[in-house]
Write a protein that binds this ligand. Structure first.
Ligand SMILES: NC(=O)c1ccc[n+]([C@@H]2O[C@H](COP(=O)([O-])OP(=O)(O)OC[C@H]3O[C@@H](n4cnc5c(N)ncnc54)[C@H](O)[C@@H]3O)[C@@H](O)[C@H]2O)c1
Ligand SMILES: O=C(O)C(=O)C[C@@H](O)[C@H](O)[C@H](O)COP(=O)(O)O
Ligand SMILES: [Zn+2]
Length: 357
């Protein structure tokens, strides 16, 4: 089992990763939460069906579980409230531990429950998707609002991240595609070395196995770790991790949560940010080559049909990076050279019209 250390202003914690490491979970819990009173596992139906038994076998018999429906819809006020009610009814206290067992949806919701229950209790992320190499690290936890993604949330770091990569074997191709988008994002904002390696190593999702998978996850987490170590609460460079998300989140909210995966929306958002970059900054980035690779991997890079462009712009203006109602987007001058820039909504509206099908 390998490990990395995450050091943020508020907390230091380990990220353990490797294949078939679940049997080590109890000793990690003893290490990071030695005086835990009881445990609540929060998961979703699909994850629990595939891997629930294997997880619960590693926990004390009294461990509780709360199973959410699968998918983005679980990041709602209703499910948040229901989990809090369950926790209260079952007597969770400040010595209780929440285990988020699932992808980014479970991690974000369970983390937000942990952040707010009795003003904050510990939690451990046990991620089960590729995407969660991103969501499980860094402490952003949230639920969605009809008016925007992750609008209600907190920064609450986990006590540990425990990533058994073998659990990913049951993921569908759609979910590999969604998760890989955030790996590509990490490479693009960080370094040519990471990006070139990724591009030459992954031509189909079949390639995401063994060492290539471990390396992709490890490098992605390292990028995230370095950024959150310097800016835990997004007062500056953490915004770079939001590359592709200004439009991506707007598309997810406009289409209806769960109609498009997070990663697929981020890919469209990243390509759009490159188009904006062509207009506003001096960049030589070969966007067509990136798109060629993305299309081979089955991504769409154009804006889905039928979306109202004015509504998209309104959502982009409501994004958390906006300042005084002005849209702030992450653009890339070159690979590894992100910058945050105010973009006029007229520029956005006209490019949205040009790049839509
Ligand atoms: N907090 C952050 O920093 C951060 C970062 C990136 C994304 N996110 C959020 O993460 C969410 C997306 O996460 P996700 O893509 O992991 O979605 P998800 O948690 O909904 O998982 C995707 C689907 O795969 C299923 N699944 C999960 N693990 C599985 C497994 N091992 N085998 C089979 N099926 C499995 C789930 O049931 C679900 O249907 C979005 O809400 C996004 O906003 C948060
Ligand atoms: O960790 C971050 O910071 C990110 O922006 C990572 C993103 O991939 C992730 O989707 C995050 O949840 C977006 O945050 P938000 O603040 O735009 O809601
Ligand atoms: Zn994301």
């Amino acid at each position: 089992m390998e490990s990395l250390q995450i050091k943020t202003a508020s907390k230091k914690y380990p990220v353990y990763f490797g294949e078939r490491i679940l049997e080590n979970l109890h000793s990690v819990i003893e290490d990071v939460c030695p005086s835990v009173s009881n445990i609540l596992v929060i998961s979703d139906e699909t994850v629990y069906k595939h891997h629930g038994k294997a997880l619960m076998k590693e926990l004390p018999n009294q461990a509780l579980s709360y199973i959410l429906p699968s998918g983005e819809g679980a990041k709602s006020f209703e499910h948040f409230y229901n989990v809090q009610t369950f926790a209260l009814e079952h007597g969770l206290d400040r010595q209780s531990l929440i285990i988020a067992f699932g992808g980014g949806v479970v991690g974000d919701l369970a983390g937000f429950v942990a952040a707010t229950y009795m003003r904050g209790i510990p939690f451990i992320q046990v991620p089960t998707t590729l995407l969660a190499h991103d969501s499980a690290v860094g402490g952003k936890v949230a639920i969605n609002h009809e008016l925007g993604k992750n609008m209600i949330g907190a920064f609450h770091q986990p006590e540990a991240v425990f990533y058994d990569i073998s659990l990913l074997e049951t993921l569908s191709e759609k979910e590999w595609r969604s998760g890989f988008a955030e790996v590509v994002k990490h490479a693009l904002i960080y370094s040519t070395t990471f990006y070139d390696w990724l591009k030459s190593s992954v031509s189909t999702f079949e390639d995401l196995k063994g060492e290539t998978l471990i390396q992709s996850i490890k490098e992605g987490i390292k990028v995230k770790a370095e950024i959150v170590a310097n800016d835990e609460k997004e007062t500056g460079i953490r915004a770079f991790l939001n590359f592709g998300h200004t439009l991506g989140h707007a598309i997810e909210a406009e289409l209806g949560y769960g109609e498009i995966t997070h990663g697929e929306a981020v890919v469209i958002g990243m390509c759009f940010a490159f188009e904006i970059g062509k207009e506003l900054i001096d960049t030589t980035f070969p966007l067509e080559k990136l798109k060629e690779w993305l299309h081979k991997l089955g991504y769409r890079t154009d804006i889905p049909q039928g979306l109202d462009k004015n509504n998209l712009v309104a959502k982009m203006k409501a994004d958390k990076k906006a300042q005084h109602g002005q849209i702030n987007m992450v653009l890339l001058k070159e690979i590894g050279e992100p910058l945050l820039m105010k973009v006029d909504e007229k520029t956005i509206l006209s490019l949205l019209s040009e790049t839509s099908t």
